[in-house]
Design a protein around this ligand. Structure first.
Ligand code: MN
Length: 201
């Protein structure tokens, strides 16, 4: 198998009460695992060995047509979820670990940290149906909030730094229809140390 489920760096119950253990376990061990399995199966059909996921996703149009949709959905799903687990943490020092560089970039681009969070939540609310909301560093170095449908990865937009899953499977057991509450609560488990590392990279 070319692609594997990444290790989760915390227990299923570690993000409670913001993200409940049952949701996290199903999300990681069933949904994410399925994206990995389906991605591997699609690539195996044509014996494709590309093990660089970013390169694979940036060049979907070069793949045989019959697996393009599967790679886009499942490769995107694998990329997005791998990033998502990394930018969440139960550890307070990481939650408080935003770098001065990233903090000033957020202030410069959005006015303040609070204004950034409000705009990010608003964008997440406006994504109709399933998708993701992202903070990306554009190729010119600016920060930008983008939302994309389904499992489309935001690689064409720049470097993804922070992404929040807007699919109902990410919040429905605990929040039901209250996506706004899920988006508001998630800030308290964001690993700003990791987001800052993505910003520097
Ligand atoms: Mn998901």
């Amino acid at each position: 198998m070319i692609y594997e489920l990444p290790t989760l760096n915390y227990e299923y119950n570690a993000l409670e009460p913001v993200m409940d253990a049952e949701t996290l376990e199903i999300h990681y061990s069933k949904h994410h695992q399925a994206y990995v399995n389906n991605l591997n199966a699609a690539l195996a059909k044509h014996d494709i060995k590309q093990d660089n996921l970013v390169e694979l996703l940036l060049n979907i149009n070069d793949l045989p047509e019959d697996i393009q949709a599967a790679v886009r959905n499942n490769g995107g799903g694998h990329f997005n979820h791998s990033l998502f687990w990394n930018i969440l943490t139960p550890e307070q020092d990481k939650q408080n670990g935003i770098s001065p560089e990233l903090e000033s970039a957020i202030v410069k681009n959005f006015g303040s940290m609070d204004e950034f969070k409000a705009k990010f939540e608003d964008a997440g609310m406006k994504r109709f149906g399933s998708g993701w909301v992202w903070l990306v560093k554009t190729n010119s170095g600016d920060l930008k909030i983008v939302t994309l449908p389904n499992q489309d990865a935001p690689l064409a937009e720049g470097t993804p730094m922070l992404g929040v899953d807007l699919w109902e499977h990410s919040y429905y057991l605990k929040y039901q229809n209250k996506r706004a509450e899920y988006l508001k609560n998630i800030w308290s488990i964001v690993n700003w140390e990791q987001v800052s590392d993505y910003y520097q990279a």
